[in-house]
Design a protein around this ligand. Sequence first.
Ligand code: TRP
Length: 337
Amino acid sequence: MKTILTGDRPTGKLHLGHYVGSLRERVKLQNSGEYDKIFIMIADAQALTDHADNPAAVRENILNVALDYLSVGLNPEKSTIFIQSQIPALFELTAYYLNLVTVSRLERNPTVKNEIAQKNFETSIPAGFLCYPVSQAADITAFDANVVPVGEDQAPMLEQAREIVRKMNELYGEVLIEPNIFLSSNETCRRLPGIDGKAKMSKTLGNCIYLSDDSKTLAAKVKEMYTDPLHIKVSDPGHIEGNVVFTYLDAFCEDKKTVAEMKEHYQRGGLGDVKVKKFLLEVLEEILTPIRDRRAEYENNPDEVMKILKAGTAVANEKADEVLKRVKNAMKINYFD
Ligand code: TRP
């Protein structure tokens, strides 16, 4: 069996970083026909670990993320899309897994460490937040997933999940399946910089192009993109390194030959930023237009989207209950069977 599980926190609309880092790969995997089951989870419970004071924002973004999923081409006929908080088995599994992980191990998780620093939690870290990698291990194992397509920043979560699986299997017999991370093969796509040239496209940094941006917004954002500050006159030789426009061409343009020629011309001098940006805009428009069209179909029909999520959640519950039962049997906490 080949099973995929992956997901996103509903804390905002998804952007091009999500698209090249993971969404585009998921759609490819979905359409490859090589997978027996595909589960895509909207991780609202995980979002609440640092948004407990604002459940309304999380609620609102469930629909945004679902629309993003459907518009990039995740197909509910092929992929089960569901909502994490509506799967009770995940919380039971989390409770048992928590006993197999030390607090110091949780504190060493580099991604969590980063987030704690970013959010200025300092000494007031919500316990649920520190433990979310354990709940993420439950998300993955509850579906017997062996393939987890995610962005690079999720590697420590996968490592933690694998450790939990090994520990569970050591203690209770071969009960869980060890998952593998699946990263985008294109290096540039693993961490897309923001339009301002900062290392990462992120909502907090305000440097995103959203999948839901309209043509006008997209054009304005491409226009203000960071290039080479030393490339003043068109005839000046330009630099490619750190020039986001070229980074995006590497990530989005299929025509590698044209990109290579443009890079060479730019470095030699004589190719203006306006021209390169115009070309990038065409490339992005070609990708985003079908995504916008599909979004428009669903956007006017939120009831239909909720129906898809409800049906997906029922399928997900069935699978997660089966795995939970297996785990409880293995742990011999099935007293009344
Ligand atoms: N941590 C992921 C994110 O921040 C979301 C997530 C939750 C997830 N559970 C998961 C991803 C399980 C992959 C597998 O986007």
